[in-house]
Ligand binder design. Structure first.
Ligand code: AFD
Ligand code: MN
Ligand code: MN
Length: 406
């Protein structure tokens, strides 16, 4: 029986407990780069309070974790965050101790240096492929030193014009490079291969879709999985179907969450298509219910806002992810499985719609209260005075950047 419009849908006590159990086990990783000034290729709107050092990034990430309670790790971008490579590991460990946020995934940077103009592992110049692989080796060493499990690999490689590159040769070079990187990892590490259909390459991207990433991961070795960045799909692509396939193949390594209207827009998760976020989480939680296991997935955010305040945008994305994960936890899996079997279309869909329509915020507030967390993380952050303090402390330095940038 579908609840329909007869009554507002809030959680009953059993559902409130389900949400508490779900959130107790839920963590989402913050991106260090999300606290620093970034922009688009048309320019940056620099923010006086933006982080400009790894210490400030840890401090800001610690604010998000303090008020939400679900962000104990921060993804690091090598070169931006560890300019001296593994020599910076001690500083990272010290910052983690001070701020109570641990280093998470390690993101090599093989897209910014001038040598990568025609690619990294896919570059026709063997010396440049070697340089990229050495940087990935250094990142693996950093991961070992920091006890970080995931090496998160994204490649900007591709080409801008038809006929300018041999796509098959590049595929082979990637396969060789990823296999060599996989062999260098310790048994405790994982490699997450991320795909993206376009940008910055405009004609072809070497690892452009989930199928290519899957084959690359399977070719690299048993500790390689696929990373699904929700902003990296063509319009109308069914992302939850990709998630279901990768789950079933044991090849879903993790996510980079953001939202997008047109491309890789780095918008707040759930700001454009909240129902899609819910459907992605539903596929995962239904899989876990059906198999009686917990999927080993790295939930990570990948966004860096050009206009919204960095920390507020991160808190907004985290609370949106929590809300949709909690909604997905309310799907009646047993009932849904029966309705799918009998092809009872209206009521099967109703299982998802009822859960998605449930206002889970009271239950999340109850969970937060029980954990000693603020019921409203955004308000708690705003009341804390932290933003005023860092704005006063950082404006001079950032405004100098702004004036030099202007
Ligand atoms: C950009 C890329 C990709 C990568 C991220 C961090 O599109 O998503 O994961 O930067 O390097 O968003
Ligand atoms: Mn990403
Ligand atoms: Mn991206």
């Amino acid at each position: 029986m579908i609840v329909g419009w007869r009554q507002p849908i809030v959680t009953n006590s059993k559902q409130t407990d389900i949400i508490a159990e779900t959130l107790d086990k839920f963590h989402v990783e913050l991106p260090s780069w999300g606290f620093a000034n970034t922009g688009t290729r048309f320019g940056k709107f620099l923010q006086p309070a933006a982080a400009t050092s790894i210490e400030e990034k840890f401090s800001d990430a610690a604010q998000v974790h303090r008020w939400t309670g679900v962000c104990p790790t921060i993804a690091l971008h090598v070169l931006w965050d560890l300019p001296h490579g593994v020599k910076d590991a001690d500083e990272i460990r010290t910052l983690a101790d001070i701020h109570g946020v641990r280093p998470g995934s390690i993101n090599p940077n093989v897209f910014q240096d001038q040598i990568y103009k025609y690619g990294s592992l896919g570059n026709p110049d063997a010396e440049i492929r070697r340089a990229a692989l050495d940087h990935i080796f250094d990142s693996i060493e950093i991961g070992m030193a920091l006890g970080s499990r995931d090496l998160s690999l994204w490649f900007a490689d591709g080409s801008n014009y038809p006929g300018t590159q041999n796509i098959r040769h590049r595929r082979k070079w990637f396969e060789d490079g990823l296999r060599a990187a996989h062999a260098r990892m310790s048994k405790d590490q994982r490699m997450l291969v991320e795909y993206k259909p376009f940008e910055p390459a405009f004609y072809h991207t070497d690892i452009a879709d989930w199928g290519m990433a899957l084959l690359m991961a399977q070719g690299a070795g048993p500790s390689a999985k696929v990373l699904v960045d929700t902003g990296h799909h063509y319009q109308a692509q069914n992302i939850e179907q990709i998630v279901a396939w990768l789950l079933d193949l044991g090849m879903l390594g993790g996510f980079h969450f953001n939202d997008r209207r047109y491309a890789d827009d780095d918008l707040t998760t759930g700001s454009i298509d909240p129902y899609q976020v819910f459907r992605i989480f539903h596929e995962i939680l239904h899989f876990e219910w059906e198999k009686g296991i917990r999927a080993d997935i790295a939930y990570m955010i990948d966004q860096s806002h050009n206009l919204k305040g960095k920390i507020e945008a991160m808190i907004q994305t985290v609370t949106s992810i929590m809300e949709h994960f909690a909604k997905a936890a309310l799907v009646d899996h047993r009932k849904l499985a029966k309705l799918q079997e009998s092809c009872d279309l209206v009521d099967a869909e109703g299982c998802l719609k009822d859960a998605f329509s449930t206002d889970v915020r009271p239950a999340i507030r109850e969970w937060a209260r029980a954990k000693g967390l603020p019921e409203d993380p955004m308000d708690a952050f705003r009341q804390s005075g932290y933003l005023e303090r860092i704005t006063a402390a950082r404006t001079r330095k950032n405004m100098a950047a702004i004036s030099s940038y202007a």
